[in-house]
Design a protein around this ligand. Structure first.
Ligand SMILES: [Zn+2]
Length: 725
């Protein structure tokens, strides 16, 4: 399984790409025979013609250049889409709603309505007026705000990309058509490989702000959060929120100053302690709160933080989280908070460090009437408020990661079911867009068999009292007891959907309830604990539902890069994805085969879950506990796969001795004392363990030719090299 040598350079182009500023706009690059194809929303598919290495064009008029961009390790990161500027004409087919009550807005209102593309009447542009500016939407893409350039010319601009809109009036002053013209490159970020696995996007360089966020200083360890109460009003019209957060904590040390985190773009109205306002200073996304006198140790105290603002919007090219403000196919608001990595403090004040989870939490979300909010835990109350508002009160009865706390707001359909396990019954709640109920039912039908498997292999579902909620959402994420699988509609063709990929996503995100939510890493650097096990859970699902060959095929579908260690840098909130998924899963698969005893292996998985339930852990905790359960020291093994970029290399020499072979073998690895057992053919087609270490050892293989010799690379993720000796 050697990844990397003598490969066709176009090999890693295929995958799913998303527009950097609009993650729901997607394109697919794939191979068809020897041709590389691109498939695009609303525009169908076309072959890419080769220009030079990583440069292609699409032969349409005007021509489109596609330039792939690689990162320093040679992996494809994105492509730049550049079309020669050309005016496109749209004709109005329907007028918008005029707001004649406000004369000053008549000019804007006169532009609103639906327009169809010349030569493609199925491609529809919608111009709306919202809060005194125009927005545009093409097909079911996101809604973008237009800036006014002149009375009839508007533009949308982001980074170097720009679209101009020129509205043309007839003799009577009525808008009849609009010309659009795009210029500048659009960045398409590679999001998934061909097999659907998430691609790495690493951040480089760490700052003071990263340390404030990632390090456990005395200003943070002096208190231990026991409860968060969130009361947040969501204003889709202005993409803003107003919140009041209650933070209840035990004082671990006496102190008169503490750190809370809230992004600097959010405005603090006031901070209250025993009904008195506290003073504070801010540095980047940290707030340093000053108490009037020492708060004594071993007390239970609480503060309220009243705040408001527009939470940042996501940029997937840098893994930046935020609020997604979209509209569904019917034009209703569809909103999701996504903050793994960036942190919950982008929208609510908290101790934004993975090491400190509250014991429970209340999440009250107020939204405009007609919309549903789905947050974590159990819905305990829904209250109609004055001003055409509805409040949803959710209660989480377990410890929860800050980044798992979520709002999913939309015009959702809801249905429920029960999962019976022994004498207990678990509430299953399902949500999807109104127009996707049939598709959703097909996907959600896979939940019970999956829960059966996970309960058997990992232990009982950890958040029983909260129930298990699975939903369609804008973006897939493992939000605790409110797991989301992303949008059901295939972005390429919204009438089709990829049920197998949605089922795989269901397996992955749901597995995080055990690996990532119940047990989570203390520091982002150890995020492999979440992703390796969740990816491995997918492998277990393939094995259970489709057989061992399918599981193996999936494991091998995306060889890791092995350019950087899986474990990141501690104390700086080092959030990056990458090899932790497949390399992590391959490492676990290898360990299972070293142990070579499935009852011991699954017992170990269950013991890990049982022992670290609801806790934050680090790599040493996990490795130490595994060593204890297996009564063997595998530290060398984890160190090599997690703390070094390279994987172990098995060095071999062969010498013919009559009809036998003398095989010599040893490991080449970064870790001293690396001594992993591995299976090879000791006689023709008969695999058995050998026990290589750092010194040459030898074995006589009876009646074998070198070409009959095999290393069991289906079950052990290593490199193999024949040495001249
Ligand atoms: Zn994951």
């Amino acid at each position: 399984m050697d990844a990397g040598k003598n490969q066709d350079p176009s090999k890693d182009l295929p995958g799913l790409y998303r527009v950097s500023f609009a993650p729901t706009e997607q394109s697919k690059i794939y191979k068809e025979g020897n041709r590389i194809m691109i498939e695009l929303v609303g525009q169908g598919r076309a072959p890419l013609s080769f220009i030079s290495a990583d440069s292609y064009k699409i032969k349409v008029k005007p021509e489109i250049n596609i330039d792939f961009v690689r990162d320093s390790s040679g992996k494809i990161q994105k492509f730049l889409w550049l079309r020669k500027p050309q005016k496109v004409q749209w004709t109005r087919i329907e007028e918008g709603d005029h707001d004649s009550s406000n004369a000053s807005n008549d000019n804007l209102s006169s532009m609103t309505g639906r327009y169809k593309l010349k030569n493609n009447p199925y491609r529809i542009l919608i111009i709306r007026k919202e809060n005194n500016h125009l927005t545009y939407q093409v097909a079911d893409h996101p809604v973008y705000e237009l800036k006014s350039e002149t009375e009839t010319v508007f533009s949308f601009r982001i980074k170097d990309y720009k679209t101009d809109f020129e509205f043309v009036k007839n003799g009577k002053g009525k808008v009849e058509k609009v010309f659009t013209e795009e210029s500048g490159p659009i960045e398409w970020i590679k999001d998934q490989n061909e097999s659907g696995q998430v691609v790495s996007k690493s951040q480089n360089g760490f700052t003071r702000a990263d340390s404030l966020r990632g390090m456990l200083t005395p200003l943070r360890t002096c208190y231990d959060v026991t409860f968060y109460g969130l009361d947040v009003k969501i204003n889709p019209e202005t993409k803003s929120i107003e919140g009041n957060t209650l933070i209840r904590f035990n004082t671990v040390q006496s102190f008169d100053k503490m750190q809370i985190d809230l992004y600097e773009n959010m405005k603090i109205e006031k901070i209250l302690f025993h009904n008195k306002e506290l003073s504070y200073t801010r540095e980047f996304n940290a707030i340093f709160i000053q108490f009037p006198s020492m708060v004594q140790k071993n007390m239970q105290e609480e503060i309220h933080i009243i705040y408001s603002g527009k939470p940042q919007e996501p940029d997937i090219s840098t893994l930046k989280g935020g609020f997604l403000w979209f509209q569904d196919k019917n034009g209703k608001p569809w909103i999701e908070s996504v903050c793994q990595g960036s942190g919950a403090s982008l929208w609510w004040p908290c101790k934004d460090h993975l090491s400190d989870k509250p014991d429970s939490m209340k999440i009250s979300i107020t939204v405009p009437d007609g919309l549903t909010d789905i947050s974590n835990g159990r819905l305990i109350q829904k209250t109609e408020l004055t001003g055409k508002l509805t409040r949803f009160d959710w209660y989480v009865d377990y410890p929860i990661n800050n980044y798992n706390v979520v709002v999913n707001i939309g015009d959702y359909a809801h249905f429920s079911d029960l999962y019976v396990s022994g004498r207990d019954t678990l509430n299953l709640n399902y949500y999807c867009m109104l127009y996707n109920i049939e598709k959703a039912k097909q996907i959600f039908a896979h939940v019970k068999p999956m829960l059966d498997l996970y309960e058997k292999d990992f232990t009982r579902y950890p958040f029983w009292k909260d129930g298990f909620t699975l939903m369609e959402s804008l973006y897939p994420m493992e939000h605790q007891s409110a797991v989301s699988i992303g949008s059901i509609n295939n972005p390429i063709n919204s009438d089709k959907y990829d049920s197998s990929d949605l089922i795989r996503t269901t397996w992955h995100e749901s597995a995080h309830e055990w690996w990532g939510n119940s047990m989570n890493c203390k520091d982002m650097a150890d995020l492999w604990i979440h992703e390796a096990f969740a990816t491995y859970a997918e492998v277990l699902c393939y094995e259970k539902f489709y057989g061992k060959d399918a599981a193996l095929k999936y494991l091998k579908s995306e060889p890791p890069g092995n350019k950087k260690p899986v474990i990141g840098i501690y104390d700086v909130n080092d959030f990056q994805l990458g090899d932790m998924y497949t390399k992590g899963a391959l490492m676990l698969h290898t360990l299972r085969n070293i142990i070579d005893n499935d009852s011991l292996w699954f017992n170990m998985l269950r013991e890990l879950q049982e022992h670290f339930k609801y806790q934050a852990v680090n790599t040493e905790d996990i490795v130490g506990y595994i060593n204890g359960v297996l009564k063997k020291d595998y530290t060398y093994f984890f160190d090599q796969y997690l703390r070094h970029a390279a994987i172990p290399e098995l060095l071999l020499t062969f010498k013919r001795q009559g009809s036998d072979i003398k095989l010599q073998y040893k490991w080449k690895a970064d870790v001293k004392g690396f001594s992993m057992p591995i299976k090879v053919t000791v006689s023709k087609n008969n695999f058995a363990f050998i026990y290589p270490d750092e010194d040459w050892q030898s074995i006589i293989l009876k009646d074998m030719k070198p070409k009959d010799f095999k290393v069991d690379s289906d079950h052990f993720y290593v490199l193999v090299k024949e040495e001249e000796k």
